[in-house]
Design a protein around this ligand. Sequence first.
Ligand SMILES: Cc1ncc(COP(=O)(O)OP(=O)(O)O)c(N)n1
Ligand SMILES: Cc1ncsc1CCOP(=O)(O)O
Ligand SMILES: [Mg+2]
Length: 210
Amino acid sequence: MVKSFPYQLYLVISEETCVHNHFLTVAEQAVKGGVDLVQLREKNTSTQAFLQKAFQLKEVLDRYNVPLIINDQLEIAQQVEAYGIHVGTSDIAPTQIRENWKNLQCLGYSIEDIQQLDTLESKTADYLGISPVFSTPTKIDTITEWGLNGIQQIRSMTDKPLVAIGNMNIQNTYEVIKAGADCIAVVSAICACRNPATAAEQLRNEIEKA
Ligand SMILES: Cc1ncc(COP(=O)(O)OP(=O)(O)O)c(N)n1
Ligand SMILES: Cc1ncsc1CCOP(=O)(O)O
Ligand SMILES: [Mg+2]
């Protein structure tokens, strides 16, 4: 379990969302621009291809001491010795993950409705993903669009680190941090840009203003 969560700019990446550059280039440039945590989220690849990408990405991130989180897939996360895993309500439960991965360092769990906060699964997580803060075409199978009020409400109910995800960009980062998020997570705001380093730098500046 992580004792602290010093991360503020979290890149959630897949090969298909990287429009202009190879995903490994995007990850490296984003880290140079200020990303301090990266999640590999491959939804449309075979297990074998996911595993290969995870090894490749870990090799890049290790050079910069940036931790790797794997989306959904416990076996892949363990095989690549990732820093952690992120799961949601339709995935393997956090309590089950803890039982099966003894030296897991960081477990992220998506919060999709307010009742979930008062569950053992949420309490087992190291950070909570506010999912989504704003609706986004990148993930359409969502339940609650939390908005700024939702962040404030969740902030008042838990001391866990809160990661804001869903249509996060340089226009809304400042207010989302002010509302109580500790970290922002992005796909398109970095992966769809021609210059991932500049995109990350601009997001970082907004975080630091708050
Ligand atoms: C940081 C972060 N927050 C939320 C999510 C969404 O996870 P989940 O609800 O399991 O949905 P999928 O990503 O699996 O489609 C996330 N991946 N990362
Ligand atoms: C993975 C995920 N979980 C909640 S919203 C989302 C997608 C965020 O993508 P974008 O940053 O492009 O809106
Ligand atoms: Mg999931």
